[in-house]
Design a protein around this ligand. Structure first.
Ligand code: ATR
Length: 280
């Protein structure tokens, strides 16, 4: 990599940050497209995030991604938040405009939809029943996407019922909170199931869920991508359900930020997937 005087700089801000696959992905795209740019991981303490974000336009950044724990708090320190990000309640991307103002966006909704588009299409969502495990930050972006895709009913299964009820209070009667103890039966009639919790991740407990009631025609998605085939996805695949792994969404959510900072819409290719997995 040769850095010139004009190199465009972007970064991902998190605390911690060393686990992030975003630098591998963006630097792969920069090289593939012959762009004079660089994307770096920066560990920013939560108590420094406000000052750091305000500094970005003055030190020549094109923009940044935000990851845990900054996605919600960063909204307070940008000049503008787009309507989708407001609806989700979080930003994962900041674009610095020519006049130096900071625009906050949420690209997780786009990433989720494109992950489905690239694999199974989104017709399974329209007028269907979707089941979402979890009611945290990742769940919020996916629920907004499912609403936009026209789901008839969205069952939110969460260990803490109150959090599922809060989502239903924000987004209306399409959302049906479900008790954690009733999660197995809640799969009945669903056309789509997604795990938005960290259950099933390497070194984490498995998601304890029986798929017996899930129609074989349902698509099963996991946002966990380490391992790529989580125990949930393995079980679903073994009984004949189509599965979409979490790496698709991770890669797809990166595209809008890259396009805004570096001026070209990059491709999520099998070669990129292989490369990022090798770096994981
Ligand atoms: P993220 O931003 O990644 O979504 P989060 O906002 O902390 O993270 O949300 C984590 C989600 O995983 C929550 O729905 C959480 O359930 P609670 O609301 O009950 O905390 C869920 N979760 C995490 N660990 C879990 C476990 N061991 N069993 C069941 N659910 C779990």
């Amino acid at each position: 990599m040769t850095l010139s005087g004009q190199t465009r700089v972007a970064a991902v801000l998190g605390w911690p940050i060393s686990h992030s696959l975003s630098p591998s992905m963006h630097n792969y795209w920069l090289k593939e497209n012959g762009i004079d740019g660089v994307y770096i991981p920066l560990a920013i303490n939560p108590n420094k995030i406000a000052n750091f974000i305000k500094l970005l336009p003055h030190i020549g950044f094109a923009g940044v991604n935000l990851t845990v724990p900054h996605k919600e708090t960063a909204m307070m320190f940008v000049d503008d938040v787009d309507s989708l990000a407001k609806r989700v309640g979080a930003i994962n991307t900041i674009v610095i405009t020519k006049d130096g103002s900071l625009e906050g966006r949420n690209t997780d909704v786009f990433g989720f939809k494109e992950a489905l588009n690239q694999n199974t299409g989104t017709d399974i969502i329209k007028d269907g029943i979707a089941v979402v495990i979890g009611a945290g930050g990742a769940s919020r972006a996916i629920v907004v996407a499912l609403l936009e895709l026209g789901a008839r009913e969205i069952r939110i299964i969460n260990r803490t019922l109150e959090k599922a009820e809060l989502l239903a209070a924000s987004w209306g009667p399409t959302l049906k909170p479900v008790l954690w103890q009733e999660r197995n039966e809640a799969l009945s009639g669903a056309s789509f199931l997604v795990n938005t919790t960290s259950l099933g991740m390497k070194n984490q407990p498995h998601l304890d869920l029986s798929l017996d009631a899930l129609p074989k025609t349902a698509v099963v998605n996991d946002i966990v991508y380490r391992p790529l085939l989580t125990p949930l996805l393995c079980a679903a695949k073994n009984r004949g359900n189509l599965v979409v792994d979490g790496l698709w969404m991770l890669l797809q959510q990166g595209r809008p930020g890259f396009a805004a900072w570096f001026g070209c819409d990059p491709v999520v290719s099998p070669k990129l997937r292989d490369y990022v997995l090798k770096m994981a």
